[in-house]
Ligand binder design. Structure first.
Ligand code: NDP
Length: 272
């Protein structure tokens, strides 16, 4: 049976095995998918073992996406731009191809599941870490009116500006400058602040009337950012569960050549 896995540390919370096994059942694919806890100092060895045992492909999550990027023989263009790999494919010649499906997953959730048009819109992206980097190219590809990155460490945001400014109307600022910004139609939280029970300092009036907010983090109860978005009157107030399912669907398609019904799996997860 074809073997797939997700690597992370921690990993017990991962929904990926459940999502991929649902996809496999839907599509009549006979495969095995498991979660692998790689030691923090032993990811390269765990990955090598997995492929030596015949693994066909894997997903990579926190904190190994940048390590995976360095351990691939070949990279897709979007993985190269993201400088991080969340999906590995073992090619017929045995080489490891690294891809990054996070950006495609976010885009599909925003534009298809949530029906949010991005063309011409003013978008604020909070954060300049790996997740923000991975979604910049697909977001700019939708021709927004303007995309502003706000980050706690301004240097990191400036680095992203240097790399991505040629792809579209991009600007960066610190959180303290946000009070001088015109309201945004869409605010995406790509910081990990909610994980630490924190919220970046966001001024009132930052979200346009009937605007949309998206937190890449997902949790059973609304995140701090979603609570803030509710107070600001967000018409759409989403968490990142849809992004998780859609990035998985994209990986499944890369491995098996079949696009699963991601919406059915998202619905099932929401109903749990
Ligand atoms: P990184 O560690 O690479 O980056 C973290 C970012 O959050 C940095 O910009 C950092 O700012 C900022 N940050 C952290 N704490 C605070 C705080 N207290 N106040 C303000 N800013 C803060 O993480 P990732 O980019 O990999 O992940 C970010 C989030 O996206 C995580 O919550 C992750 O779970 C989620 N994610 C969800 C996915 C999905 O499928 N739904 C996929 C990928 C990620 P600074 O640069 O100043 O340190």
């Amino acid at each position: 049976m074809d073997m797939y896995a997700v690597f992370g540390n921690p990993i017990s919370h991962s929904l990926s095995p459940h999502i991929h096994l649902q996809f496999a059942e839907q599509c009549g694919q006979n495969l095995h998918y498991r979660a692998i806890l790689a030691p923090l100092d032993g990811f390269a060895e765990s990955l090598a073992d997995f492929f030596a045992q015949g693994g066909k492909g894997c997903n990579i999550t926190v904190p190994f996406k940048q390590d995976a990027y360095r351990l691939c023989d070949e990279l897709t263009e979007r993985a190269r731009r993201a400088a991080a790999v969340n999906t590995l494919i073992r090619k017929p010649d045995g080489k490891r191809l690294g891809d990054n499906t996070d950006g495609a997953g976010l885009l599909r959730d925003l534009t298809q599941n949530l029906a949010l048009p991005l063309k011409g819109r003013r978008i604020l992206l909070l954060g300049a870490g790996g997740a923000a980097r991975g979604v910049l190219e697909p977001l700019l590809g939708e021709n927004p009116g303007e995309l502003v990155i706000a980050n706690r460490s301004l240097d990191k945001a400036r680095n992203l500006l240097d790399e991505f400014a040629t792809l579209g109307p991009l600007r960066v600022c610190g959180f303290a400058d946000l009070s001088r910004e015109q309201p945004f139609e869409l605010i995406i939280n790509a910081t990990s602040a909610s994980l630490a029970g924190e919220l970046p300092p966001l001024p009132d009036g930052l979200l346009q009337d009937q605007g949309a907010c998206y937190d890449m983090l997902y949790s059973k109860t609304p995140t701090l950012f979603q609570q803030w978005a509710g107070i600001q009157g967000a018409l759409v107030n989403a968490d990142g569960l849809g992004m998780l399912v859609e990035q998985a669907a994209e990986a499944f398609f890369l491995w098996r050549g079949i696009r699963p019904d991601s919406r059915a799996v998202l619905k099932e997860l929401r109903g749990r």
